[in-house]
Design a protein. Structure first.
Length: 238
């Protein structure tokens, strides 16, 4: 990896962490298309691992607002999503996986831009847990299903609950990736490379969060993320 690529990795991770620190989602949506173009091994393991830096911050700050019932129901869905996600990783090559990641980013961005409302129920929360595990395993994108499923929660409850689910998913998926031989020393090194950018973005978010118009900023981020996902698909298909 060249010096320019390393700088790009740190910069795009910092931007993604800044976005997630401000609006609750974004590190995977913003960073994944660029990181996969540099090295496909950045996704899912390293990208998912570094996302926990922001998630742990939200859990610590919003722990009193976590919806334990929703968290429990999501956990029931994790095994099914993890199993299907690992199967996809084992049977597709890097080019196809890059196309999947780009498509998932583009579809997730479009889905979130439309503002769909999902009525929360035990069944829907279990299904959300499965979707989060699948999206995390294949594309390191746990956020979109949670934002849709928890759209009726107060911001503090959504950040805390979603982050708790994401942390649990990261542990499950991490064990699965190691067992499948998809997370080794190379991926560990890539995770370490992502960490400085994530920390910088999280620190910057602390100061920018109160100054941002969240609705405008969130929409702009989703448009950019969707364009990045489409660009990644086109690049792999040319």
């Amino acid at each position: 990896m060249t010096g320019l690529e390393i700088a790009a990795v740190i910069a795009i991770t910092a931007v993604g962490a800044l976005v997630q620190g401000c609006v609750g989602i974004g590190i995977g949506l913003v960073a994944a298309p660029v990181l996969v173009a540099i090295d496909p091994a950045f996704v899912p393991g390293p990208m998912l691992a570094v996302g926990q830096i922001v998630a742990i911050r939200h859990i610590g700050a919003e722990r009193r607002h976590i919806d334990l019932g929703a968290l429990r129901n999501c956990l029931f869905g994790l095994p099914a999503g993890l199993a299907v996600g690992l199967l996809v990783l084992l049977v597709v090559d890097e080019r196809v996986l890059s196309i999947i990641i780009g498509a998932v980013v583009a579809v997730a961005a479009a889905w979130l831009l439309t503002g769909p409302l999902v009525r929360r129920s035990t069944r829907n929360e279990i299904a959300t847990g499965a979707l989060v595990a699948f999206a995390s395993t294949t594309a390191a994108l746990p956020g979109p299903p949670l934002v849709v499923a928890f759209s009726d929660m107060k911001p503090s409850a959504m950040r805390g609950t979603a982050s708790a689910v994401i942390l649990a998913v990261a542990i499950f998926v991490g064990v699965g990736l190691i067992a499948a031989g998809r997370f080794g020393l190379h991926e560990l090194g890539l995770s370490a490379l992502l960490a400085p950018g994530a920390v910088l973005g999280m620190i910057a978010a602390r100061y920018l969060r109160p100054r941002l118009d969240r609705s405008w900023f969130r929409a702009a981020v989703l448009v950019v993320a969707g364009a990045g996902g489409i660009a990644l698909v086109v690049r792999q298909m040319i």
